[in-house]
Design a binder for this molecule. Sequence first.
Ligand SMILES: Cc1cc2nc3c(=O)[nH]c(=O)nc-3n(C[C@H](O)[C@H](O)[C@H](O)COP(=O)(O)O)c2cc1C
Length: 421
Amino acid sequence: MKRVDDFRLRLGNKEYVPIMIGGMGVDISTSELALEAARLGGIGHISDAMVEDVSDRKFDTSYVKDKTKTYKFNINNMDKAVVQFDLARLADATRRHVGATMEAKRGDGLIFVNCMEKLTMNSPRETLRTRLSAALDAGIDGITMSAGLHLGSFALIADHPRFRDAKLGIIVSSVRALQIFLRKVTKLDRLPDYIIVEGPLAGGHLGFGMDWAEYDLHTIMDEIHAYMRAEQLDIPLIAAGGVFTGSDATSFLEKGAGGVQVATRFTITNECGLPEKVKQEYVRATEDDIIVNGISPTGYPMRMLKSTPAIGAGIRPGCESYGYLLDATGNCSYINAYNREVLANPDSKTVVVMDKTCLCTHMRNFNCWTCGHYTYRLKDTTHKLSDGSYQMLSAEHVFQDYQFSVDNQIALPARQDIVLA
Ligand SMILES: Cc1cc2nc3c(=O)[nH]c(=O)nc-3n(C[C@H](O)[C@H](O)[C@H](O)COP(=O)(O)O)c2cc1C
């Protein structure tokens, strides 16, 4: 019987353990988590979502405070077009986050950064160019282009000296999205080095509509494999979304996938950036607690716990401090939803906004509990301790369980507390 460790992911002329830990913003996939994946010979992701805030917390910089001060005059204005990112500061924050991570890297694996196109930041092209270039400047091993079609992203960095040496990958959820993307990049004579195929059971934003349940990762992988064969393209496909055991992973590797990308099982590791209280919510969740809704202003459906504090919270839009989802015209659908409720309830001090959420502020405060479909199975991966809480795991334990387990088994860690008879 085969296991994940019988396979290797080939990128360029090197081979890796075929396990990627997916990017989870905002700083849920921390540097510490990504570094463990690299140390163990696989691939870890950090995320550049809200990187200025991440930098402030890690390095005691003051990007957010300074931006808030600059745009304080606009806080009560519905029009946010004036709120712009200072590109030099954005580059600086990115270089700090990426640079410190790369400096700490040990082992034979790689560290990639997850860059979401939907973080349009009131100037989609220029801010994305800045983010991608700064990550390359700071020595990142690779960039995964996510949450968007990224039709112009490669071109933004085509003149960067590392454009051909860094690994570049894309996340797609259908053969059609891949075709459109490949058509665009052939002009640059630069194909992606890997393609992550993300099915409907993933965490975070989904590349599907609200009919996500009608799709299945194995079928999409088969379609993309067939397309790649027909086009004689030899680019590793990485299966993502709902790969919960080593055997799930092996089932994709045996059919020709280059690797798997996993995330949910790492949300209850010590290295994951979620606060302990939120990690406990994840393990306690039952299947009924996990929903997919449309509250993200990006327009993509998002999976989360039903008890997520972000649902209904009618807070004032935080664009003067954050503003990562402002589109090219300085708009965000949460601003409209919030203003609609304020106008409808002129005498209320607080409003409830059900259809959209201020994703920047809530992700920053870990109040949007996005999660993968199989979060309800996390309790099968650890122990319930005598005080009623669940034991957290080490990233090494989870990584190696994926790598070595067979027969759909999940290895439990050594118990941390003493069970009283
Ligand atoms: C808490 C959480 C946050 C996530 N955030 C992001 C993100 O910011 N960008 C992204 O491309 N994918 C994101 N994802 C998706 C993962 O990177 C990954 O592809 C997917 O969840 C893998 O499926 P699994 O969680 O079932 O293992 C997130 C997933 C989780 C669980």
